[in-house]
Design a protein around this ligand. Structure first.
Ligand code: PEP
Ligand code: MN
Length: 280
């Protein structure tokens, strides 16, 4: 066990990450965004389309999310697509639509920032920054986002261990931003029926290792709409601080990730069931 000193305090550190560790901070981090708290006893519901596609699209979905008691509207404007020929997002226009739709429906909003050069722009529109799976170890991005004062949701890299992930969070914390939310979104395994394998053990494991809140994304975590509700219930039962799901009025016509996107009926049923069975 090594001892590292931070400011005036010395704490024994059993892991490579320190600021993110439960040993360093035994009280759980609760992040206040507007009137909402992420962490603690609240279950945060983040929902919205994979991508912001148009003003009308995001306003309709925002109304649906709000009607069902969601807290945060998601919607990508800068999209990390595997193919350069796929829809890349509306950029700043998308962010503008997202923020307006969220405000109109009394929701907060989150969107991904992919590049250090876009941080100032994205910061003007979102309440929470999202760092995507593919950028979990983009260290310049992590350091620079650590200098902002908006909360950051850090998605787990698709081949990252818990240590890799918490070390990535450590970069943000160490740069001065204490408001980091982790997001489990599935990892690559040999399974191909699902897009990724949602690692539910990550929830209690992260709570054992860290004071940071953890959100679960069963949409990217399964890649299949039919599997999303069950995995959302399982995540809540396992102690997740919230869930993030993709929802669209007409998933078959979505410009990205339609297969894993809930339609309004499935979304409403899922939220009702979560509220009914809420285990805490
Ligand atoms: C997303 O949530 O929009 C996304 C691109 O997810 P991930 O980074 O987990 O692939
Ligand atoms: Mn998506």
């Amino acid at each position: 066990m090594t001892k590292l000193s931070h400011s005036t305090r010395e704490v024994p550190v059993t892991h490579k990450f320190k600021l993110a560790s439960i040993e360093y901070q035994p009280t759980r981090t609760i992040i206040s965004v507007g009137q909402h708290h992420i962490g603690g006893d609240e279950l945060t519901i983040i929902a919205g389309p994979c991508s912001v596609e148009s003003e009308e699209q995001i306003h309709t979905i925002a109304a649906l999310v709000a009607q069902n008691g969601g807290h945060i509207l998601r919607g990508g404007a800068f999209k990390p697509r595997t193919s350069p020929y796929d829809f890349q997002g509306l950029g700043e226009t998308g962010l503008r639509f997202l923020k307006a739709a969220a405000e109109k429906n009394h929701l907060l909003c989150i969107s991904e920032v992919m590049d250090t050069q876009d941080i100032d722009l994205v910061e003007q529109y979102v309440d929470i920054f999202q760092i995507g799976s593919r950028n979990m170890q983009n260290f310049s991005l992590l350091k620079r986002i650590g200098q902002t004062n908006k909360p950051v949701m850090l998605k787990r890299g698709m081949a990252a261990t818990y240590t890799d992930w918490l070390m990535a969070a450590e970069y943000i914390l160490e740069s001065g931003n204490p408001n980091v939310i982790l997001c489990e979104r599935g990892i690559r395994t040999f399974e191909t029926y699902t897009r990724n394998t949602l690692d539910l053990a990550a929830i209690p494991a992260i709570h054992e290792l860290s004071h940071l809140p953890i959100i679960v994304d069963p949409s990217h975590g399964t890649g299949r709409r039919s599997l999303v509700p069950a995995m959302a219930y399982a995540a809540v039962a396992a102690g997740a601080n919230g869930i993030m799901v993709e929802v669209h009025m007409n998933p078959e016509e979505a410009l990205s990730d339609g297969k894993q996107t809930l339609d309004p009926i499935l979304f409403e049923q899922m939220i009702k069931k979560i509220n009914f069975h809420l285990l805490r």
